[in-house]
Design a protein around this ligand. Structure first.
Ligand SMILES: Nc1ncnc2c1ncn2[C@@H]1O[C@H](COP(=O)(O)OP(=O)(O)O)[C@@H](O)[C@H]1O
Ligand SMILES: [Mg+2]
Length: 394
């Protein structure tokens, strides 16, 4: 019997469109001999839709029309699978649209990639591909991620985290703190976004104020960190889990701007970047033209980062290399990388369908391992609960 995979994408996220691209590329690449694919589109309002056109990229030119000819479904967990119930239910006939064996979140950004969707799937009790709740949440919070990495001795750039209230009420004090902890140029980033949204470099105090105000358009918490002026970026993907993590080829993304912009990542620019292809269309050098020693350093550090953050499935670890002193820093983990970084695996002989195969196996492995853990702890607390609720937690 084929395994039925529900590919979930979209959602209440600024990276909604990017997710559609990632998901539809994956849907097309799955080995259809082994898997039945059920595309599940999550609208910006958080509603789930299925139907024959949901897995087709052309449909997303007019999302309203797509939604009106698709079936709204309500996921329900049942015996380790996810039932998709038609909404609203029909008076007569079968209201089960489909039943999913494994969920495949192909989502980007807050409200979906940050552990929210993973927590939902976990609550439903359905196996899902990729990072668990904690690793997903760490991957989305640039400050929490750095704190955990730093604690394990992984090199990250110094940064300061602050919220919009403090910025508006105690700006002078905060600027002094930032200038004490960091040195110009400084880069300011929303703490929990991706795709370079809301990011600016500041060269002086005036620029800092501008960059912070800009970042606060997109988030209520931001980080400021030392910016590297003479920068090279190297990315490396990791596939596996806490036991089996292995590293892909390394790439060097090429930016047309000072920072790698949304345009660089997803098209536009000079038209050569293959607009609309997601991260697979980014201009890059693959393999990255780096020494074998640096390549190994990147790959080893990528695996270490993946494991320290408790990641699972496939994740892309992005590095910053300071050309002035050749110091290497981990910048971030992308727990569900755009296009799932399939090109980095193809470069070492792992074809896209095989990558997807391995992701499904990892999800099922995690489920088997979780099944071995006991979730009931026999006590008689409830049996002894008579009247009143005074006891509570001591
Ligand atoms: N410390 C830094 N110094 C210089 N450039 C940086 C630094 N951090 C990020 N950048 C640039 O900004 C881009 C986006 O930053 P990143 O932290 O990767 O955020 P996002 O999650 O939006 O991708 C990077 O790809 C890089 O080009
Ligand atoms: Mg990035």
């Amino acid at each position: 019997m084929k395994i039925k995979v529900g590919v979930l994408f979209g959602g209440k996220s600024v990276e909604h469109e990017v997710s559609v691209i990632t998901a539809i590329q994956a849907i097309n690449a799955f080995d259809k001999e082994k898997y039945d694919i059920v595309p599940i589109y999550i609208t910006r309002e958080g509603d789930f839709y299925c139907g024959p056109d949901v897995g087709k990229i052309e449909s997303y030119r007019d999302i309203k029309a797509l939604v009106s000819r698709s079936v709204r479904v309500l996921p329900m967990g049942e015996k380790g699978r996810m039932k998709l119930l038609r909404q609203p239910p029909k008076m007569f006939g079968n209201n089960v649209f489909d039943v999913i064996d494994v969920a495949f979140p192909a989502v980007h950004g807050t409200n979906v990639e940050d552990g929210a969707l993973q927590g939902y799937l976990q609550t439903l009790g359905v196996p899902y591909v990729g990072c668990d709740v904690l690793a997903s949440a760490l991957g989305m919070d640039k400050y929490a991620m750095k704190a955990v990495l730093k604690d394990s001795g992984i090199p990250v750039l110094p940064c300061v985290r602050f919220d919009v209230k403090r910025w508006s009420r105690k700006r002078d004090e905060l600027i002094e703190e930032l200038e004490g902890a960091l040195r110009y140029p400084v880069i300011v980033k929303p703490v929990n976004l991706g795709s370079s949204i809301g990011i600016k470099i500041a060269r002086n105090r005036e620029g800092l104020i501008e960059a912070v105000d800009y970042a606060f358009n997109y988030a209520t918490i931001v980080i400021a960190e030392n910016a590297i002026s003479n920068l090279r970026e190297i990315n490396c993907s990791v596939l596996g889990d806490y036991e089996t993590a292995e590293a892909s080829e390394c790439e060097e993304p090429i930016n047309t701007d000072e920072i790698l912009s949304y345009e660089d990542k997803y098209g536009g620019g000079d038209g050569k970047s293959g607009g609309g292809k997601g991260m697979s269309g980014l201009k890059r050098l693959l393999p990255a033209p780096i020494s074998p020693e640096l390549r190994e350093e990147v790959r080893t550090l990528a695996i270490k980062t993946f494991k320290v953050l408790g990641a699972s499935g496939v994740a892309r670890i992005d590095f910053l290399l300071d050309k002035d002193d050749m110091k290497l820093y981990v910048n971030e983990i992308n727990t569900i990388p755009g296009s799932l970084s399939f090109y980095l695996w193809e470069a070492i002989g792992v074809k896209y369908p095989e990558l997807l195969d391995r992701l499904i196996s990892l999800a099922l492995k995690r489920e088997r391992e979780a099944a071995d853990i006991s979730y009931s702890f026999e006590t008689n607390i409830l049996a002894n609960f008579g009247g009143g609720l005074k006891g509570g937690k001591q």
